[in-house]
Design a protein around this ligand. Structure first.
Ligand code: SAH
Length: 396
């Protein structure tokens, strides 16, 4: 195995079992390495630290597979790691609540770059690191051993692959795709998922618990569901007894699917509207028309995707929340989310505070929300907590 030596005093994070090493911490690489191959990582003084996948040319040079340096990164390694991920979801009773869940959550499950989402009996695999790509066949073999899948489908089409010098790739790995859309069940909500053409792996199963929270509070309310995608939050609100739901998204196919999802749950057509519009403009328009809602959901796409975009993205989060506060009366509820990993919970709460202040809104954060427990967070890798949510009530 090729060896990588770190610079002096750059071994601290690995000793705390954090799985990433940036290129700036690498002193030298011995041998000719291939993109994604497994290397032995040593401290400056030659102490063995980890086995990691190397991504030459990427800023994120090393991603750790194992801190047990005597282990091999072989079929058994992936069998054990994926089985552990699978077992955790059984321990968490996830399949009892839903047929749509995350089986493997990349660094959260000690498998950097490997994400697997399950929809009924279909597994959707996403590989985003050179190391995951290098070991693709082993990973697929391990996945096949977990369950008798109807199909395994690959959705390795995330933009981040380019940083690892990997081309996007999607397609059937084994089995047969369903003839029609997949119908999943999430805490009793029926929803269609399109694993071939949908966003990410087809569906945002990370918001399951927050959708259930919305359902609990929706009785009798007028609901504005911004950045609705296929209407998951809207269906939850309607099933929770909402008076009326408006879903807003810029994607026409997502809204067409939202209409199907409302029909699938037998929600009367007069109870909802699907509007193709920019979420930020729609908020302003509602304010101009002095419209009010009882419950608003803001679940925008990742608005901060790099440190360079931090200020701009935070302004956009603030703007959306400021407008939303104006559309709420006393007792109105705002479910506001950020899926930007770089925006911490504390920063997001500060943005909410600034927005409330500018809107002259006396606001209470009554609950912290976030990704479901199947989107595991390793204690050594708190960055895995990318999804932050706040339930805020207007009190004046
Ligand atoms: N809340 C959804 C997930 C939202 S993902 C759910 O529960 O499934 C973010 C969504 O925002 C995507 O559907 C995307 O099409 C939409 N979007 C992106 N930019 C937008 C904009 N400017 N205005 C409205 N929708 C937008």
């Amino acid at each position: 195995m090729n060896k990588v030596f770190l610079k002096a005093n750059r071994d601290k994070s690995l000793k705390q079992r954090h799985p990433w090493v940036y290129s700036g911490a690498v002193a030298r690489v011995e041998g000719q390495v291939e993109n994604g191959e497994t290397v032995e990582v040593y401290s400056h003084s030659g102490e063995p630290l980890a086995l990691a996948a190397i991504s030459p040319g990427s800023q994120l040079a090393l991603r750790v597979w194992s801190f047990e340096v005597n282990k091999a990164v072989d079929q058994k390694f992936f069998d054990d790691a994926l089985a552990a991920a699978y077992d955790l979801r059984q321990t968490l009773n996830i399949p009892r609540h839903t047929t749509a869940w995350r089986l493997c959550s990349s660094e959260g499950d000690n498998l950097p770059g490997v994400t697997v989402d399950v929809y009924n009996n279909y597994a959707v695999l996403q590989l985003t690191s050179a190391g995951a790509e290098f070991n693709k066949d082993l990973i697929i073999n391990s996945l096949k051993k977990l369950q008798n899948w109807a199909a395994i489908y690959e959705r390795s089409d995330a933009a981040v692959r380019k940083y690892e010098k990997l081309a996007p790739r999607s397609g059937l790995i084994c089995g047969k795709l369903p003839e029609d859309l997949l119908e999943i069940n999430e805490d009793g909500r029926k929803l269609y998922v399109d694993i071939v053409n949908g966003h990410k792996s087809g569906f945002y199963c990370d918001q399951r618990e927050s959708r259930t929270a919305v359902q609990k509070f929706a009785q009798g309310k007028s609901v504005l569901n911004l950045f609705s995608y296929t209407g998951g939050f809207g269906v939850a609100a309607a099933l929770g007894g909402a008076k009326h739901v408006i879903n807003v998204d810029t994607s026409a196919p997502a809204l067409a699917m939202a209409a199907k999802n409302f029909a699938l749950n037998d929600i009367a057509p007069e109870k909802y509207e699907n509007i193709e519009a920019d979420g930020f403009s729609f908020l302003r328009k509602c304010r101009g028309e002095r419209r009010k809602f009882d419950l608003i959901i803001l679940d925008p796409p990742k608005l901060v995707d790099s440190m360079r975009n931090m200020a701009k993205g935070c302004r956009a989060y603030k703007d959306a929340m400021l407008q939303a506060f104006h559309l709420l009366d006393k007792g109105g509820m705002l479910f506001t989310f950020s899926c930007s990993g770089l925006v911490t919970r504390e920063l997001f709460a500060k943005i909410a505070a600034d927005a409330a202040n500018d809107a002259h809104c006396d606001a209470r954060i009554v609950a912290d929300l976030g990704q479901g427990s199947d989107h595991a967070i390793s204690t050594a890798f708190p960055e895995a907590r990318y999804l932050k949510g706040l339930l805020i009530v207007r009190c004046n």
